[in-house]
Design a protein around this ligand. Sequence first.
Ligand SMILES: Cc1cc2nc3c(=O)[nH]c(=O)nc-3n(C[C@H](O)[C@H](O)[C@H](O)COP(=O)(O)O)c2cc1C
Length: 377
Amino acid sequence: MTTDHARHRTAGREADDLPEGFAGIAAFDHSQRFATVSEIYEAAPDRLDAGDWDFLDGGSGEEITLADNRRAFARWQFRPRLLTGMSTPTTRTSFHGLPLASPVVTAPFGADRLFDADGHLAVARANARFGNWSIVPESSSFALEEVAKAAPDAARVFQLHPAGTDREVLTMIRRAEDAGYAALCLTCDCPVGGWRERNMRNRYQLDRSAISGNGIDYLKQVEPQPQWSWARVADVFSHSSIPFLAKGVLTAEQARYAIDAGARALLVSNHGGRQMDGAPASLDQLPEIVAEVAGQVEIAIDSGIRRGSDIVKALALGADIVVIGRAAAMALAAAGEDGVFRLHELLQAEIINVLTLLGCDMSRLDASVLQRARHTS
Ligand SMILES: Cc1cc2nc3c(=O)[nH]c(=O)nc-3n(C[C@H](O)[C@H](O)[C@H](O)COP(=O)(O)O)c2cc1C
């Protein structure tokens, strides 16, 4: 292992600490268990029961949206800028004032204990080691207070649903405030669970205890019931001392409603194709939302993000950060805390590689570095 490589692997996840002229592939130690993100993703199914794997990997309906989330990235190509004289790009950024070593936050994914015994405790530790933070789900196997204790010095965001009574939602908000969460993530696209046919075919029974770390019956929450309204969200969340970001926004008009209801940031998402099959790819919707709200609130995006080049495309189209769901869950399944940490390392290294080839620093990315693909399969 070279000295440079040792620095890269251990240096507090500051991109500025990367070796001068960092060359991506040359700086990697290929004796590492996972040399590429694909190796991480390929290792995951072997570690899980078939039913749990389908729960992690599957989408809803015919999985049209699930597949389109990936295809949407292939519909964009890069326009490399040559000989720009740019120095090694940094990946350091922040979202909502919360610092990040790279523009990658882990998504709220429930039932985490099915993927690794330490679930979101391990995710939080890996994120903190790397210099990033988590969105911790209400349906985690662990209580939000336990996850907070696992990485006490790291920032954290707590995800919850607009479901149940006002009092139940306010109780969760108070718990998150007391446990030092900096913000809330309100999942708005889940008034009922998605039509998950893989789970149905498997006769899959989700272990309720794996989603009850916070002492609430999440499955009951997503049974059909009168839906909340934006007006009720505005009212209930006006009693929160911490801001909320709205997750699941896919159109300009819903972005406007979310902001009018008090959302201070947006997460453009189709829930990774797990909720409404036939919904558009998140990436395809990003430009119209950016056009509607740019400069007013920060924008995150999830759904289909698997590699560094996807992240650069999302940032170029106007996202401030990306959120990774299955990628993080697969890394957790593949190798627990170390798997998630390694995923961060590989994504960061690929982002730096792509930015360098593109001749554009992260802070200057915009749609001018992209063009529509001439041919897509
Ligand atoms: C196993 C699993 C469980 C999830 N559970 C939740 C949840 O409880 N709440 C939520 O808002 N989103 C949940 N999601 C959706 C993610 O937060 C995120 O929107 C999605 O995974 C992004 O797409 P990607 O998996 O392609 O990255 C879950 C996703 C997965 C894979």
